[in-house]
Design a protein. Structure first.
Length: 333
């Protein structure tokens, strides 16, 4: 059997995330975090709160913002759990040392759900701020030099700034993919995709069947981030045409630059909302147009996924099995 990208019989809304020696899968009813430890597979299973029938979280272009925030929080929580399990394994393999007062205090405080919730929230905020600084603010800052040396046309300036944003994003992903510590995480990312591919092909979830699947998936979080970058270029470019005439101008170039950055931050929810709807649309259909639109994100996955070994595939199968809905087809995309 050859690896194919078009053997899916249906599309599932189940998605996942690679962790440290583990995989998180999120289904319509449950979220499962499975980590491989020295003692075997450890599973953390959480129920998902159903969205009310009439809720703002279901409104198109608004739901994407809520889903993005919820996914970030769930992802950080799962990552912390996997890090804890990995650290526990590492501690057992090392010579026991006397615990410092700070370590004892930290362990005591983080044992409570409230403290863990605070840490997760801080982690989400820092992650978002880092992404904004690297992919939004840094290109805007560099764009100030472009305006001075290349062009004063605002539309062209935004497009050139967008090219910078893409270059920074691709460079960042390339450097991350070369890190030794991340190679196993990206292999688990590949195992996650392969497992979902096998399930969508309606094949039995066995190591042999999963192994034969492609590690690329059109509804990947990495692809979503790339779409956000592209949509941001379009939104910022179009918005600048309308906002430029009504934006106050000052004698200070620094102040003007800060105002432009602030406007981009205000437009971010719109960018996320449009990107989410775009991903839903492209992920729902399989034709030449949707394949062309999703191609850049799929190519990017050659950087963010590696071929997994069988032990990683076993983790993916266990995680997916745990979140399958009770009613068949309830997870249809």
């Amino acid at each position: 059997m050859t690896k194919k990208e078009t053997n899916e019989k249906f599309k599932t809304m189940i998605g996942g995330q690679a962790l440290i020696e583990g995989i998180m899968m999120m289904g319509p009813e449950k979220c499962a975090t499975v980590v491989r430890t020295k003692e075997g597979l450890k599973t953390k299973l959480d129920d998902r709160k159903p969205v009310k029938r009439f809720s703002v979280k279901k409104i198109p272009f608004v739901r994407g913002i809520f889903n993005f925030a919820a996914s970030m929080k769930t992802g950080v929580s799962a990552l912390m759990y996997s890090a804890d399990q990995y650290a526990a394994d590492e501690d057992e393999s090392e010579t026991p040392e006397k615990q410092s007062k700070f370590d004892a205090w930290l362990e005591k405080k983080l044992s409570s759900e409230k403290a863990q919730s605070v840490v997760i929230t801080v982690g989400v905020v820092l992650g978002v701020l880092f992404s904004i600084a690297l992919f939004i603010l840094l290109p805007s800052f560099l764009g100030e030099f472009i305006e001075q040396w290349v062009t004063s046309n605002q539309l062209v300036r935004n497009l050139l700034e967008g090219v910078l944003r893409i270059i920074i994003f691709l460079t960042y992903m390339f450097l991350i993919s070369r890190m030794k510590e991340m190679k196993r995480v990206f292999s688990y990312h590949g195992a996650e995709h392969k497992t979902i591919r096998c399930y969508e092909a309606k094949l039995p979830l066995t190591v042999e069947n999963v192994r034969e699947q492609t590690r690329l998936h059109p509804r990947c979080g990495t692809s979503f981030l790339f779409v956000v970058i592209i949509i941001s270029i379009l939104v910022f470019s179009v918005a600048s045409v309308f906002l430029r005439p009504i934006t106050p101008q000052f004698d200070s170039d620094i102040l003007n630059a800060l105002i432009r950055m602030a406007l981009k931050l205000l437009l971010l929810p719109i960018v996320v909302g449009i990107s989410y709807e775009f991903n839903r649309l492209v992920g729902r259909y399989n034709n030449w147009l949707t394949r062309a639109l999703s191609a850049p994100g799929m190519w990017l996955q050659y950087l963010t996924t590696n071929e997994p070994d069988d032990s990683m595939i076993e983790v993916g199968i266990e995680a997916l099995t745990q979140v399958l809905p009770q009613q068949e087809g309830a997870d249809k995309w």
